[in-house]
Design a protein. Structure first.
Length: 355
């Protein structure tokens, strides 16, 4: 298997030729005004109501199927379907966290608690805190929790400190990335429960109640619809494929893109979001599979923009970047994985050379 990067990404200008940002004024303001003028920041309540309703009906259909055929090993065929629907559920929770569905914070939180804590066992408060910090400073090694050294590392400086088992992980992290995503579904649950210690008062009580309800409900669903052996196999397949799906949706977005120098030039909002993000080419199927996150640049520039408007904003953003000479990175789905894996492979290279 080769980790070489495939076709070059579509950029509006070469990074080396990128002009310095102007000393005064905002590069983002004209784009923001144009997007607002097109009504692209207006909520799409009807679209989201239909999306939530369809997803709920589909989930109910899978639960009904589990009850009807749980005594047969054929029930395992429903595990991948449930994994895909759980990813749709996560995308809805993601949009609620960004106030894309409604501007009312209480309603957004309720939608997040239902689609995160209750249906997935993933803490909405934990995810929202972590994800907002990521959005504020994407790929910033000191401020973005998504590039903090953990199971994976993203810079040579991080890799240099790894030894023992963690060193082995870093040496092979490009090859291990997708296998590790099979555990992501469980890791999200564990992180949510651990975050309860950070929370306080009523928030902790509500978050914990919804998380516990998920665990009890999930176990009850499995154990009342199928024998124990079937239940264990179903849960393993479901959780593994759910984690893989999320990993495939989030991996292309920032890995292998520019990482701001903490001591270097300070970027404005436009450059900070565009230069660290990557869009994925594709049509309706790509939009559905990636939950709109294939328009990562537009999403980072306008986090509260409703999902169906992201594709409409893309031409405006691309043209604005072209005018300013700012690279707008867009590539195919498979090539995005090549680029991300290539970056992780290169980060681990010094440790392999020491062997």
């Amino acid at each position: 298997m080769s980790l070489a990067v495939g076709a070059a990404p579509d950029r509006t200008a070469d990074a080396a030729a990128r002009p310095s940002p102007p000393e005064t004024g905002s590069e983002f303001t004209p784009l923001l005004k144009a997007v607002k003028g097109q009504g692209l920041l207006d909520r799409r309540n009807g679209w989201y109501a239909r999306t939530i309703a369809v997803n709920a009906l589909a989930l109910a259909g899978v639960v009904t199927g589990m009850a009807l055929i749980g005594g047969s090993w054929w029930v395992l065929a429903l595990a991948p379907v449930l994994a895909v629907l759980c990813a749709r559920t996560a995308f809805i929770g993601h949009d609620a966290g960004h106030a894309q569905i409604t501007a009312d914070r209480a309603t957004s939180r309720l939608i997040g608690l239902i689609h995160g804590n209750l249906l997935l066992g993933m803490s909405y408060a934990w995810w929202n805190d972590k994800h907002n910090r990521h959005h504020a400073n994407p790929n910033h090694i000191e401020k973005d929790p998504d590039v903090a050294a953990d199971v994976l590392v993203f810079t040579s400086e991080q890799a240099a400190t790894r030894a023992g088992f963690r060193g082995w992980l870093t040496r092979h992290q490009a090859w291990l990335f997708f296998p590790l995503t099979l555990l992501e579904g469980l890791a999200l649950k564990v992180s949510g429960f651990q975050d309860l210690r950070r929370q306080s008062g009523r928030e902790r009580a509500v978050e914990a109640a919804f998380l516990v309800a998920h665990v009890v409900g999930y176990l009850a669903l499995l154990l009342t619809t199928m024998p124990l052996g079937h239940a264990l196999a179903f849960a393993a397949i479901h959780q593994a494929l759910f984690g893989l799906h999320l990993g495939m949706a989030f991996a292309p977005n920032h890995k292998g893109m520019e990482m701001p120098d903490p001591d270097g030039e300070k970027w404005g909002h436009l450059r900070r979001q565009v230069l660290t993000s990557r869009n994925i080419k594709g049509g309706a199927l790509t939009d559905w599979f990636l939950g709109g996150l294939n328009y990562q640049i537009e999403h980072h520039l306008f986090p509260s923009m409703p999902r169906p408007h992201l594709r409409l904003a893309q031409p405006m953003v691309k043209e604005h970047c072209r005018t300013l000479g700012i690279p707008f990175t867009e590539t195919g789905l498979v090539d995005s994985y090549r680029q991300a894996l290539r970056h992780m492979y290169e980060v681990g290279e010094p440790l392999r050379a020491d062997i």
